[in-house]
Design a protein around this ligand. Structure first.
Ligand code: ATP
Ligand code: MG
Length: 139
């Protein structure tokens, strides 16, 4: 089933000029980038986005990291896009990520792990709505 998911290219990757290389992996996997913008996250945006992790010991560090350089927010579309993109991203900790995944190829650590991807269709909808209006998703 054609589905949408939400993706972020995180500060460690934008700083190292890896936006194109990350998106090449995404496109080669059959996912289409149907919306895209480069933004600087505010503290409020980062805190809202990772609200589910607010009680975790790494929350402050995570929010500071997400604000530390530009990020690229994207909507990806394709068959089973949520699960497909999680597979393409690889495990949260790059040390555990499978060969060929974005995190195995590019991530520096469990905290600075190059990409975000939604973990369910419900969260994908909420995350897309946090960063894009319907008319910004152009196909
Ligand atoms: P994301 O939500 O960014 O796609 P994920 O779903 O693979 O990643 P989560 O468990 O949702 O992993 O964690 C969210 C983010 O918090 C991770 O991507 C990482 O940047 C950071 N994080 C998770 N665990 C740790 C940790 N132990 N130490 C530091 N940062 C962490
Ligand atoms: Mg997550």
């Amino acid at each position: 089933m054609t589905e949408r998911t939400f993706s972020i290219i995180k500060p460690d990757a934008t700083k190292r000029n890896l936006t194109g290389k990350v998106n090449a992996v995404i496109e080669d996997a059959g996912l289409r980038i149907v919306a895209q913008k480069r933004i600087r996250m505010s503290r409020a945006q980062a805190e809202k986005f990772y609200d589910v992790h607010a009680a975790r010991p790494f929350f402050g560090e995570l929010v500071d990291f997400m604000m530390s350089a530009p990020v690229v927010v994207q909507v990806l579309e394709g068959p089973n896009a949520v699960a497909k993109y999680r597979e393409v991203m690889g495990a949260t900790n790059p040390a555990d990520a499978a060969p060929g995944t974005i995190r195995k190829l590019f991530a520096e650590s469990v905290g600075e792990n190059s990409v975000h991807g939604s973990d369910s269709q419900e969260n994908a909808k909420l995350e897309i709505a946090q960063f894009f209006t319907d008319d910004e998703i152009v196909g």
